[in-house]
Ligand binder design. Structure first.
Ligand code: CAO
Length: 523
């Protein structure tokens, strides 16, 4: 077994670049140049391809990690594949060294030829976006060797004759022009595939180099890939990531099942039309506002854009109902005032939110359907037996939702301290993806700001969200007289596919009772 570490290559000096996708898992068989991870920096998204073939043993990174050149990504059992490749590369190198110009014979008795970039319509310095072959591959005539992509088009370069790849001279990301050597191939007359490929008989067997004809990428409906590895360029991956689209759902039409931008657009179109005739979203008109007066333009932050996409998806896909209720928190507020100084001594603020977190867990335990998610086909409900609660935090860069874990196992002071810490971390823009994962239910508190009620958007795949507005002292009739009571407005939005109106009202009333009599939190 030859276990090798694969680390982040030179990424143009960028450091702490975020991993937005991991494309392989332990047990996957990968080829040299199979994409392993996708990185996204401020400026670009890029795939990191494998420098060797083998079987993935262990992943050393996860989505959301930030990496720099030299950080280990994963370990690979490179036994067999790499050794074999090395031998073949050495063999080809020896042949090349002995006969540097136009090589003639390999030890199998067949000619070694250079395969060049063909006439590509005068385009220069065209990007190699995929190398489809590796040393040792046996190719039939017209098998794709690599894919080039210029400003205007993508094209495959096919093998001009059947044979075995002896050396690969280019790699993904290289820029090439007509006449560049791309691979060294030995023609194999004895190979069964060559006898069935009529084109190869035209190829002069001893005269090297050979330039194939460039062919537009053929449309194939091959499966995603033979190893289950997904082929898609960084631009397509980035777009899919931004739109929250799982590329595994898309059948690629490119070579090796490569997913093209067009495939992604078709998938989105299909999705929009999926709701039935007339359900597609009408396009918004483009308006030039400067015709009405002065304007200025401001770029949205990355968080703004992601929040916008999530909100739109949740708003469109979840049938929302919002239930309102006022909780009498007069006694709760007295308790909070009584304990505020003690919390401050310990370095944090005791706000109503810490107590609301506890009450929400009580309500989730009483009505477990609120602590669930619909599975992806909408046929089953996944009930969770843990209580991780997300809290919406307003930051200078936009809205983020860090998650407090195991709220059921923590006391009110502990929660208040954690809340202070995590909202501080959020405001400093230091939250990790892990800090925001795994929530069961979300609380959005605007109580520190004001307002009487609002309709929060469910943070799918959660099924409900609690909006909290500013508590106000109101005159409440107790059956005999009006008395001043501190009333906290609650706005509970829920997914009507999972929760019906009666259950929504029961949950809200129960929550309100827990807040009105916080002794219930001890039960
Ligand atoms: N009613 C009256 N007063 C309230 C209150 C309420 N419901 N909630 C908080 N307050 C008070 C607090 O007690 C505190 O006052 P004191 O200092 O006198 O005790 C003050 O308002 C400020 O509280 P806070 O905002 O600092 O703390 P918090 O624990 O209530 O909230 C956090 C923390 C992070 C949730 C909040 O700062 C925040 O970012 N809220 C915005 C969330 C948001 O944008 N949601 C919209 C999402 S869109 O669906």
């Amino acid at each position: 077994m030859a276990i090798k570490e694969i680390s982040v290559p030179d990424i143009g000096g960028a450091t702490d670049v975020e991993i937005i996708e991991i494309l392989v898992k332990p047990g996957d068989t990968i080829q040299e140049d199979s994409n392993l991870i996708t990185l996204e920096s401020e400026k670009a998204a890029m795939d990191v391809p494998s420098p060797m073939a083998g079987v993935v043993k262990a992943l050393k990174v996860k989505v959301g990690d930030k990496v720099s050149q030299g950080d280990v990504i994963l370990t690979v059992d490179a036994a067999g594949a790499t050794d074999d490749n090395n031998k073949k590369t050495q063999q080809a190198d020896t042949t090349k060294d002995a006969k540097p110009q136009h090589s003639e014979q390999s030890d199998s008795g067949s000619a070694l030829k250079e395969v060049l970039v063909p006439d590509i319509g005068g385009a220069e310095n065209v990007d190699v976006i995929e190398v489809a072959v590796k040393v040792g591959d046996k190719l039939a005539a017209d098998d794709p060797i690599l894919t080039l992509e210029s400003e205007k088009a993508a094209m495959d370069v096919p093998a001009p004759f059947a044979g075995t790849v002896q050396e690969v001279k280019v790699k993904k990301g290289d820029k090439v022009s007509q006449g560049h050597v791309i691979i060294m191939m030995s023609a194999q007359e004895t190979d069964a595939t060559t006898t069935t490929a009529p084109a190869k008989t035209e190829v002069p067997q001893q005269s090297a180099p050979v330039a194939p004809k460039a062919a537009p990428a053929p449309v194939k409906t091959a499966p995603v890939s033979s190893q289950g590895i997904l082929y898609a360029g960084p631009a397509v991956r980035r777009l899919a990531y931004e739109l929250g689209i799982d590329l595994n759902q898309i059948q690629g039409s490119g070579d090796k099942g490569r997913i093209t931008k067009q495939d992604l657009q078709n998938h989105i179109k299909k999705g929009l039309q999926g709701g039935g005739v007339g359900m597609a979203m009408p396009a918004a008109p483009v308006i030039d506002f400067s015709q009405f007066g002065d304007i200025s333009v401001e770029a949205l932050s990355r968080i703004n854009k992601l929040t916008g996409q999530n909100m739109q998806r949740n708003w469109l896909s979840v049938p929302h109902v919002t239930q309102f209720e006022d909780a009498d928190i007069t006694d709760m507020e007295a308790f909070r005032q009584a304990n505020k100084a003690q919390a401050e001594k310990q370095g944090f603020k005791l706000t109503p939110l810490a107590i609301i977190l506890k009450a929400v867990v009580m309500a989730l335990k009483q009505y477990p359907r609120f602590n669930s998610s619909l599975d992806s086909n909408g046929e089953q409900l996944i009930l969770k037996h843990y209580y991780h609660i997300g809290v919406a935090v307003d930051t200078p860069n936009g809205l983020v939702v860090p998650v407090l874990r195991d709220v059921d196992r923590k006391g009110i002071f502990e929660l208040a301290a954690e809340l202070a810490k995590i909202s501080q971390k959020a405001r400093e823009g230091k939250l990790t993806l892990n800090d925001m994962k795994g929530g069961c239910f979300t609380i959005s508190s605007l109580g520190g700001i004001g307002g009487t009620a609002f309709t929060p958007i469910v943070n799918a795949p959660e099924v409900a969200i609690l909006g909290v507005s500013k508590a106000q002292t109101k005159a409440v009739y107790n059956g005999k007289e009006f008395v001043p009571r501190l009333m906290l407005p609650l706005s509970l939005s829920y997914d009507h596919r999972v929760i019906d109106g009666a259950l929504g009202a029961r949950f809200t009333v129960f929550l309100s009772q827990c807040l009105s009599d916080i002794r219930k939190l001890l039960l």
